[in-house]
Design a protein around this ligand. Structure first.
Ligand SMILES: NC(=O)c1ccc[n+]([C@@H]2O[C@H](COP(=O)([O-])OP(=O)(O)OC[C@H]3O[C@@H](n4cnc5c(N)ncnc54)[C@H](OP(=O)(O)O)[C@@H]3O)[C@@H](O)[C@H]2O)c1
Length: 255
């Protein structure tokens, strides 16, 4: 059970993909800002104890590729955290998976399509469903999804990934519309390439091309991407909802 912090505004941030490169960075910085963090990890995947987080973090393991029932999801979350103790609840959905198959759409596999949609989009539906009764009472929260700047272009071999991220973006916009009256802001970031396990394998030559086609003339750091998430969670963006914020150094403006 999470040991929540007695601060003026106890905030719970639920982070999916928390052991990922981006997820870790976001967890660390949320902890620094005084948030309570519930980390959602992939069963059999990386564990938080492998990382040097400033305080111990409560974690649960959920495989989003095999969509859990809403009952199981609710039980897993409610047994690890007293949701009624918080005055603000955020969801930061960084969990993601990328198929390295690189098959054209017509040859790609059905189970991969299902996996992509489950991990990127259906998972968020489940989390919102479980948390909504609490969010409805406290009327303070933010949802931030992590899409990709690939959604705005065509790219051979990644249709299921791109389509499922597009579905995530659409879901976030719908949620912004539906939950606005509860003071729940819902936004997405759409990062470009940043170095991580998920994106490994981009050749030096392709990285140089990327730098040359990016107005800010460098490769993103994880912190660049985390900054955008932290910004969307903060009160400085209190009037921003239903937006997809591209975070790619300007790469997609067609420079
Ligand atoms: N890196 C890029 O260039 C790039 C660009 C645009 C968008 N993105 C998006 O950014 C987000 C973070 O990615 P990253 O680059 O930080 O990669 P990452 O390190 O691989 O992080 C992805 C996280 O998602 C988790 N995950 C994967 N499958 C899961 C499942 N079935 N159930 C639950 N969790 C699962 C992973 O678990 P494990 O730790 O156990 O593997 C990992 O913690 C992703 O949504 C990705 O699509 C990345």
């Amino acid at each position: 059970m999470i040991q929540y912090k007695e601060v003026e505004l106890p905030i719970l941030s639920i982070v999916t993909g928390a052991a990922g490169e981006l997820g870790q960075d976001v967890c660390r910085r949320l902890l620094d800002e005084g948030h309570n963090v519930l980390a959602i990890l992939r069963p059999g995947g990386r564990k938080l104890r492998e990382f040097n987080l400033p305080v111990p973090v409560t974690s649960i393991e959920i495989d989003f590729s095999n969509t859990p029932s809403l009952e199981d999801l609710k039980a897993a979350i409610e047994s690890s955290v007293r949701l009624d103790r918080f005055k603000k609840i955020n969801i930061v959905h960084t969990a993601g998976s990328f198929s390295k198959e690189k098959l054209p759409c017509s040859q790609s596999h059905l189970d991969m399509w299902q996996r992509m949609f489950n991990i990127h989009c259906v998972s968020l539906y489940g989390l919102v469903n479980v948390l909504l009764p609490y969010l409805s009472k406290i009327r303070q929260g933010c949802i931030v999804g992590v899409s990709s700047n690939l959604v705005s272009r065509v790219n051979m071999g990644t249709t299921a990934y791109i389509a499922s991220k597009a579905a995530l973006e659409a879901t976030i916009k719908q949620l912004a519309y539906e939950l606005g009256y509860l003071n729940i802001r819902c936004n997405c970031i759409a990062p470009g390439y940043f170095p991580s396990g998920l994106s490994e394998g981009l050749s030096k030559e392709k990285q140089n091309d990327l730098v040359n086609n990016t107005p800010l003339r460098r490769i993103a750091t994880i912190e660049d991407i985390g900054n955008a998430i932290l910004g969307l969670l903060s009160d400085h963006t209190g009037w921003v909802t239903g937006q997809i914020i591209t975070v790619d150094g300007g790469n997609t403006i067609g420079f």
